[in-house]
Ligand binder design. Structure first.
Ligand code: SF4
Ligand code: SF4
Length: 393
């Protein structure tokens, strides 16, 4: 018989409970949840084993377990648990600890894991963009400048070439690099986990699985149909799927707009015929796509927020990480819409100030992405890719 070495961490169960997995101690390991879960494959069920590992303080097992990233938080397991435990919350708590610990610098992970860290996280970009504002105001002679023909053009203060583009490029690629390091670490943890004994060997090439995954998880949100939520939330069956889809597609629209505008701007310096002047006219196609993305984002946020507010606390709970992400995206959407609104009605002070806040919030989204719940887009994709590559559906 193979020898298995277990390394309990006595403080880990307490950490999980503090991070949202309070119901951990109720579990008496009956395995009803593993049978009830519509997402768990028959050859590698969860979440019972995670409940066992968590109660025993087996940090190494939980943190190297791809299954903690696969839960869709449908609440079926909590509804059927005879002890009133909530395995989805325990796995969400494990993910919260991973957001905190996976990537370096660990200091940011610690700040991101608690409410008291928020003022510092906000103050960093607030100061950064205030310095940019002050320097540009000194250059143009006003904190709230207008063009010669009296228009409000944010680029006069937050000049694209020397401020927005380089700052966001550095931030974005820095976050991508940190995510890459985090994903590599996660992948190695999966590989070194004993769980690899339970898989049946590589199947198709990774790019085939990745393509299928991106379609199922992002393009169509097909998996949400397997994991319905209606009866327990009091919300329409598909409210979570629609909310998620609207939000994800809104981000895709806004990313396309950003790429087209930035590409038009920089490539346009060489080929002036494709350059795009900002602010764009309201009926310009790229502007229409931007406004469509903004409306989609507001609809998605509204649906997700209503659902989260109304969900039954017996089966679902919301952690600080859940509200941080939702709140931050609301701030981005509202400041984006209102900065445009104030610009159009010519309220110069409000327009510049709200746009400044918009830059602060967008920077927070990108810069802290590896330590936030948004990182699960990447970590979950890595986990799904791993389990599919080794023969699990
Ligand atoms: S969480 Fe509930 S259903 Fe799952 S093993 Fe524990 S007691 Fe059983
Ligand atoms: S919440 Fe749903 S998807 Fe997650 S473990 Fe429970 S039954 Fe499975």
């Amino acid at each position: 018989m193979a020898k298995v070495t277990l390394t309990p961490d006595s403080g880990f169960a307490r950490e999980l409970m503090d991070a949202g997995g309070e119901s951990l101690k109720k579990c008496y390991q009956c395995a009803t949840c593993a049978v009830a879960c519509p997402m768990a494959p028959a050859n590698h069920p969860y979440p019972r084993k995670e409940m066992v590992w968590a109660s025993w303080g087996l940090k190494d097992k939980i943190t190297a377990d791809p299954d903690i990233w696969l839960c869709h938080n449908c609440g079926n397991c909590a509804e059927l648990c005879p002890r009133g435990a909530n395995p989805a919350d325990v796995m969400a708590a494990a993910r919260n600890l991973m957001y905190r610990d996976l990537c370096k610098p660990a200091k940011i992970g610690k700040l991101m894991s608690k409410r008291s860290g928020l003022p510092i996280l906000f103050a960093i970009p607030a100061l950064l963009w205030l310095i940019v504002w002050a320097i540009r105001a000194a250059c143009v002679g006003s904190w709230f400048p207008r063009t010669a023909d009296g228009r409000i053009v944010f680029g006069q203060i937050f000049y694209g070439d020397y401020t927005i583009d380089p700052i966001f490029m550095l931030t974005f690629f820095g976050a991508i690099y940190i995510l890459y390091k985090g994903c590599s670490k996660l992948w190695n943890m999966f590989k070194n986990n004993d769980g690899k004994l339970l898989v049946i060997g590589p199947t198709k090439p990774w790019y085939w699985h990745l393509g299928m995954l991106l379609w199922e998880e992002i393009g169509s949100h097909k998996k949400f149909d397997t994991c319905t939520t209606g009866p327990k939330t009091g919300q329409p069956e598909n409210s979570r799927k629609i909310g998620h889809m609207c939000t994800v597609w809104a981000f895709i629209c806004l990313m396309v707009v950003t790429a087209v505008v930035a590409g038009g701007h920089w490539v346009g310096k060489v080929f002036p015929c494709i350059s795009i002047a900002t602010p764009m006219p309201t009926l310009f196609p790229v502007k229409i796509l931007a406004n469509f993305g903004a409306i989609l984002l507001l609809v998605g946020l509204f649906l997700l927020t209503i659902r989260r507010k109304r969900q039954n606390p017996k089966y679902f709970s919301s952690s600080y990480q859940d509200w941080y992400l939702l709140g931050l995206i609301w701030c981005i959407a509202l400041t984006g819409c209102f900065s445009q609104f104030f610009r159009l009605i010519d309220a110069v002070h409000c327009a510049y100030f709200i746009y400044y806040l918009h830059l602060v919030f967008v920077w927070m989204l990108f810069a802290y992405l590896p330590w936030s719940k948004l990182g699960h887009l990447v970590y979950r994709t890595a986990a799904l890719l791993y389990v599919r590559m080794y023969g699990r559906g």
